[in-house]
Design a protein around this ligand. Structure first.
Ligand code: URP
Ligand code: ZN
Ligand code: ZN
Length: 459
């Protein structure tokens, strides 16, 4: 069915225009003023509203066996939460661990999402070991349209790779033209520091940050950059949390290393005092890299405004209160992660655009367009143009609300951003021309989402 979005302020990177968007067969076919709609076309009045390209979350976990449990969302709940918050595409980390077969893992993750996700999605394929069959398996996965890898320099003996395996992954990625995303911490130092803290009787969630201090992340980031430099591969640092690590990435960039940087919502808005709260309240805010000293936030926002940080993701990873309590006797057993897929766009708009830290261009770029460009989705996704998928967010800047677990669609019993004001929200969200959300409620078609096939672009 045809859809006309009428009279909105259309916002894309570098271009702002007042007008109408006409959609046929899932695709934008006309953009202009006073467009006519044929009888029967669905019409959305966007008067007084902004119209953004569908937002892209480049880092989420939906299916995730991790730390003796499983993240709580299904592809149904996670994708609905994403859509209500304006995210029309997510890229999920496909995370088999070192004991799993990579290809079997890839098939498993695909089977979990297929027919279940209400929004479009893709995967970053985690490389958690490099053995004799790895190269041929990764070639098959790339040929199947998954053109980005993920490595973990943390989580020793589970997801983590050693330096040799990192080298082999990057060297192959360079040959295949595939971008490699990386969780950058020094696994050995984390393990040693954890042991030392526990031996001193320091078991609470407040010791999580001291067990993986800023220098440990900066070392991982610098080492990843050095390996990129010496293999010629293209890299992307996920969930960078602090100024020290940022400096390591930007130093490398200034030497010509092909490296991009992601920050995630928790590190922009929350600080380590949240993880220092007593009992389970602190445990709810345990993630890796950890929440940092507050002064880091200023450096992250500044870098984000200047495009030195490229994207804002979430690292969405919901574990409920009962799961967090697995770590009540030792912080090393607290499942790492926090949800955010539903809040990312609204809180970035509120704390970025409304607070004067980001202009609208940078907001759209960081929350949508840049990820589309880096991960081979542009111009199908990440912009509003004739021929692009009609993933559109009609945004109500007059809405006022407060984040609350009670109202959320994510499958969790708390929200790490509880009580934060939201000054704006999507009033309509479309996925390939179909209205999936109206005013905070999912009204669409479950299972509509498709796996997005992507070509390698980083030669
Ligand atoms: O704490 C986090 N980030 N949990 C999810 C796994 C990861 O490191 O991305
Ligand atoms: Zn990570
Ligand atoms: Zn993650």
């Amino acid at each position: 069915m045809a859809l006309l979005i009428r009279n909105g302020q259309i916002v894309t990177v570098g271009v702002r225009a007042h007008g109408d968007i006409y959609v046929e067969n899932e695709t934008i076919t006309r953009i202009g003023k006073n467009l006519e709609a044929p009888p029967g076309a669905e019409i959305i009045d966007a008067t007084g509203k902004l119209v953004f390209p569908g937002f892209i979350d480049p880092h989420v976990h939906i299916y995730l066996p991790f730390m003796a449990t499983f993240a709580k969302d299904t592809h149904e709940t996670g994708s609905i939460a994403a859509l209500v918050g304006g995210t029309t595409t997510f890229i999920e980390m496909c995370c088999p661990n070192r004991n799993d077969d990579a290809l079997e893992g890839y098939r498993l993750w695909k089977s979990k999402a297929e027919g279940k996700s209400a929004c479009d999605y893709a995967f970053h394929m985690s490389v958690t070991k490099f053995v004799k069959e790895t190269e041929s398996q990764l070639r098959q996965i790339v040929a199947d349209g998954t053109a980005s890898f993920k490595i973990f320099l943390a989580y020793k003996n589970f997801f983590g790779v050693d330096d040799g395996e990192m080298y082999q992954t990057l060297e192959l990625a360079k040959r295949l033209g595939v971008i490699v995303t990386a969780h950058c911490e020094n696994a050995e130092l984390v393990a040693r520091l954890q042991q030392k803290l526990l031996a001193d009787g320091k078991t609470g969630s407040e010791w999580h940050e001291p067990s993986r201090p800023e220098s440990v992340e900066a070392e991982g980031t610098g080492r990843f950059a050095t390996f990129l430099e010496n293999t010629g591969a293209t890299g992307y640092v996920v969930h960078l949390s602090c100024e020290k690590a940022l400096r390591a990435a930007l130093d490398a960039k200034s030497r010509g290393v092909k490296i991009s940087v992601e920050s995630v919502l928790p590190h922009l808005l929350l600080d380590k005092s949240y993880a220092e709260r007593p009992g389970v309240e602190g445990m709810k805010h345990v993630m890796s890299p950890p929440l940092r000293a507050k002064q880091n936030q200023q450096a992250l926002w500044k870098a984000l405004a200047a495009s030195s940080i490229d994207t804002v993701g979430t690292d969405h990873c919901p574990f409920d209160t009962e799961q967090k309590l697995l770590g009540k006797d030792s912080f090393v057993n607290i499942p790492n992660g926090i949800p955010g897929i539903e809040e990312r766009v609204n809180l970035l708009y509120t704390h970025g655009v409304k607070r004067g830290r980001l202009d609208l261009d940078r907001f759209v770029d960081a929350a949508s367009t840049r990820a589309a460009r880096l991960f081979g989705l542009f111009p199908r996704k990440g912009t509003i143009a004739v021929g692009s998928d009609a993933d559109l967010v009609v945004y109500d800047t007059n809405y006022r609300g407060v984040v609350s677990a009670q109202a959320q669609h994510t499958n969790n019993d708390y929200n790490g951003f509880e009580g934060m004001p939201s000054e704006g929200r999507p009033s309509a969200v479309t996925v390939r021309g179909k209205v999936q959300v109206r005013d905070g409620e999912f009204v669409g078609e479950r299972g509509r989402g498709r796996l997005l096939k992507r070509e390698p672009t980083h030669f």
